[in-house]
Design a protein around this ligand. Structure first.
Ligand code: MN
Ligand code: MN
Length: 459
């Protein structure tokens, strides 16, 4: 059961491919810090590769046939791509599904206030975070403000080197005797995560002069009124680009690698596979971090409706054909795994942990406390996948999320499995998962992309 480090098998050719893949990945991370930005970025990449918008195909009453590449977007926050294979859709799709939302801090609908000559934005955090990790670091604001006249203003503040950043303050250590005696979940509490955005008064104003200065600034720059926050989606994320990490540059540190590392590798695998036997499909969805809910989460009918529309454009739509297509599909639920961390070794069971550099990670099950909420893939499916990975010489490992009863987590796997299709969780191991800056191994990114491509070709 011994697993080798993938690094040991690489020749120059592979190392070059690995670096070029990771360069593209870092750019994807830097341009896509929100689900919307990731979808926009994805569309730009796939349109260059010949993917056509399903909406246009439907509007123009065009047909879809083998070899066609199509995509559909759900409210700018989720996307489904299809590379139509030689076999009938009824025989099932090979699906890669990842999520493009990441833990962050969202701005409330009535956020702006002034206190003691500071202006703040009040927030509500999104997803599972250790709140104390998000203070005293540079933060950026990304998102949209939808105005009553129908226009949508895109906002990115804090990424350009000339931009200001924003931040959440922490108490100085000198006065922290009380704070330091609190449990970590209480050191910084949810309502304390307010973003400091200004300290300069508007000339001639007495009351709330700093807040008024901020309002003038956003009016001048973006033509936004205070009331427009009501219909805004503004996400506060770590400011700055992803970076090579380690003196040997073997790793990548970046924000939102859960789950954009699986989104990007899935996307690249999708573009690599030409003329597949079965139709290839890649799903990049929203809201996984808060339970896959809403119209843009995996529980939405968006995916099913899209498959129905494609069958219709192929003159193959029947309720039964759609159901068979979904039930006969195979899926890799592409999500990150917890990487073994020697500094926190006691949280892991070493025989069943994921290690940096040991390749793509398969999680037969996720869940918590007695596998609760887990998809738990079938042994037969696991065997079929193992065979493909071995044939294609993919370095892979199997793992579970930490020791039994120490915690847990979920993915979108259980949702797709409701169609009766085979699903297994797999992806890239991550250190510092859900922290502002997460770390991955370049070798794992490369193996996972190759593993996804192998699956699309052979499953
Ligand atoms: Mn995830
Ligand atoms: Mn997560």
């Amino acid at each position: 059961m011994k697993r080798e480090l993938a690094w040991n098998k690489y020749k120059n050719k592979q190392l070059k491919e690995l670096e070029s893949l990771c360069k593209g990945y870092k750019e994807f991370l830097d341009k896509g810090k929100t689900e919307r930005e990731c979808v926009t970025e994805t569309i730009e990449i796939i349109e260059k590769a010949g993917y056509k918008n399903l909406e246009t195909i439907i509007a123009k009453k065009q047909k879809i046939k083998t070899g066609d590449k199509v995509y559909a977007v759900c409210m700018g926050k989720a996307i489904a791509m299809f590379n139509i294979g030689k076999k009938p859709m009824e025989e099932g799709l090979n699906i890669l599904g990842a999520h493009v939302d990441s833990p962050r801090i969202d701005i409330k609908q009535n956020p702006l206030y002034e206190d003691t000559d500071f202006a703040y934005l009040d927030t509500h955090y999104y997803g599972g975070i250790k709140k104390y990790q998000w203070v005293a670091i540079p933060l950026a604001i990304h998102g949209v403000v939808a105005k009553k006249d129908g226009t949508v203003v895109n906002i990115v503040i804090g990424e350009d080197e000339k931009d200001p950043v924003v931040s959440i303050t922490d108490l100085l250590i000198h006065l922290s005797a009380d704070q330091m005696s609190k449990t970590a979940s209480k050191v910084i509490e949810g309502e304390q995560l307010d973003i400091l955005i200004g300290s300069k008064p508007l000339a001639g104003e007495e009351k709330d002069a700093v807040k008024k200065q901020i309002l003038k600034l956003i009016k001048d720059k973006y033509d936004i009124e205070e009331e427009d926050f009501i219909s805004a989606e503004l996400e506060v994320v770590p400011a700055g680009p992803s970076r090579d990490t380690g003196l040997d540059s073997s790793m990548i540190m970046g924000y939102g690698q859960d789950d954009r590392v699986c989104a990007y590798t899935s996307l690249m695998a999708m573009l690599e596979v030409d003329k597949p036997e079965k139709t290839s499909c890649c799903l990049l969805v929203d809201k996984e971090e808060i339970g896959s809910v809403g119209a843009t989460g995996m529980q939405s009918k968006f995916f099913e409706n899209t498959v129905a529309e494609i069958l219709d454009r192929m003159d193959k739509f029947k309720e039964l054909t759609l159901r068979r297509c979904l039930a006969n599909s195979r899926m890799l639920s592409s999500d990150v795994s917890a990487a073994f961390d020697p500094s926190f070794a006691s949280a892991f069971e070493k025989k069943n942990a994921a290690f940096f550099g040991k390749g793509m990670v398969f999680n037969k099950f996720t869940g918590r406390g007695g596998k609760s909420g887990s998809n738990d893939a079938n042994a037969e499916y696991m065997a079929a996948i193992r065979k493909i990975m071995d044939e294609e010489k993919i370095t892979f490992q199997t793992a579970e999320l930490g020791k039994v009863d120490i915690g847990g987590g979920g993915t979108i796997a259980y949702i797709l499995s409701l169609y009766g299709m085979e699903v297994i969780d797999c992806g890239v191991a991550v250190l510092n998962m859900h922290a502002p800056w997460e770390i991955t191994s370049k070798a794992d990114i490369y193996e996972t992309k190759n593993g996804y491509a192998a699956f699309l070709k052979k499953a």
